[in-house]
Design a protein around this ligand. Structure first.
Ligand code: TYM
Length: 332
């Protein structure tokens, strides 16, 4: 039986952080053996914020290095650059013909961007979900490993796929599902006590896979806390819950239990909790950071991996786009 198809990507807008890792990359790595995987670097998507040519290239290269350092294997998965696959853009165009202004304007990530960058509300931002749907549907992927923030985009992908199938009375596209091995989709919080960890949420909010130990220590020790619990078993305020969430992803379960118990008995010292988190975070990030440094200098292998991925991705994309063109009525 042929393996189920998986596809996902990450935008090259800076180094990868813990949210990218635990929301997406960890699943990419785990899925490689069981599934037919397509993992790409979403450089077209990063154009919505107008990077310089140097930044565009260097950031994309850096994501490839970080994919490999985390354990993506180019012999098992197809790893490629989104911009190496022009078929995606053709499908994006076709899907845009049946994507409506009202539904695109209602997407949460679009509304956020309108608030964040009112002077750059470009059409690329508006049609971000159709490009994402094209990325996924070009390989007819069934599963899409992503973090919680991408849930709505996956819903849109199913809407566009279903609409195309209905319109042309065909079954060209599957209905892709967001996927996480642990069950529910993940949201890794930032260190500033507010929302999710992210590249654009301000300095000190995110822990990057490239951060040196002293930087990690500084960021964690500065993370927001409160004056401590006053009642036994009281609910944790959001900034404390966030620290526990970070502890859960990098520490052993009995460590989490130990601090949870201290909290519930109003005996917790946040300084101790943070020190433990620094130690466990460094144990997690150290080997990845060192592999990043080692892989970074091997220009020849990086080029070979990109070429190989491009070819494999192209084969799959070509098949889909030929079928789509035929269904739409292009007979050249
Ligand atoms: P991007 O680059 O913002 O994020 C990449 C992946 O990391 C996840 N992520 C998080 N997960 C949990 N907690 C967080 N704090 C956190 N921050 C980021 C995201 O959910 C995502 O899975 N639109 C995508 C890129 C993309 C894509 C696609 C993904 C383009 N085409 C097709 C899947 C399929 C994005 O902006 O991700």
């Amino acid at each position: 039986m042929s393996k189920e198809i998986v596809c996902s990507g990450i935008r090259p807008t800076g180094n990868l952080h813990l949210g990218n890792y635990f929301g997406a990359l960890r699943n990419f790595i785990k899925m490689q053996d069981e599934y037919n995987c397509y993992f790409f670097i979403a450089d077209y998507h990063s154009l919505t914020t107008h990077p310089t040519p140097e930044n565009l290239y260097n950031n994309a290269r850096q994501i490839l290095v970080q994919y490999l350092a985390c354990g993506l294997d180019p012999e098992k998965s197809t790893i490629y650059l989104q911009s190496d696959l022009p078929e995606t853009i053709e499908l994006y165009l076709f899907l845009n013909m049946n994507a409506y202004l009202g539904e695109l304007e209602r997407v949460t990530s679009f509304k956020d961007k309108v608030r964040q960058q009112p002077n750059n509300v470009n059409a690329g931002l508006l049609t971000y979900p159709t490009l994402m749907a094209a990325d996924i549907l070009i390989h007819k992927a069934a599963k899409v490993p992503v973090g919680k923030d991408q849930e709505q985009h996956l819903e849109m992908t199913r809407t566009f796929a279903g609409r195309f199938n209905n319109m042309y009375k065909c079954e060209v596209f599957p209905m892709p599902q967001a996927f996480n091995f642990g069950g529910d989709l993940v949201k890794i919080p930032g260190l500033d006590g507010s929302g999710k960890m992210g590249k654009s949420e301000g300095e000190g909010n995110a822990l990057f896979l490239t951060d040196e130990p002293n930087v990690i220590k500084k960021k964690i020790m500065r993370a927001k806390t409160d004056n401590g619990p006053e009642q036994m078993n009281q609910q944790k305020p959001v900034e404390i819950e966030n620290l526990f969430t970070l502890l859960k992803v990098v520490s052993k379960p009995d460590t989490v239990e130990y601090f949870d118990d201290l909290y519930n008995r109003c005996q917790i010292r946040y300084g101790d909790l943070k020190k433990q988190l620094v130690e466990d975070m460094n144990l997690f990030i150290d080997p990845i950071r060192e592999r990043i440094k080692a892989i970074d200098s091997d220009e020849k292998s990086l080029q070979r991996i990109m070429d190989m991925g491009k070819e494999k991705a192209h084969e799959s994309a070509r098949r889909t786009i030929d079928e789509v063109r035929h269904v739409i009525g292009f007979r050249n």
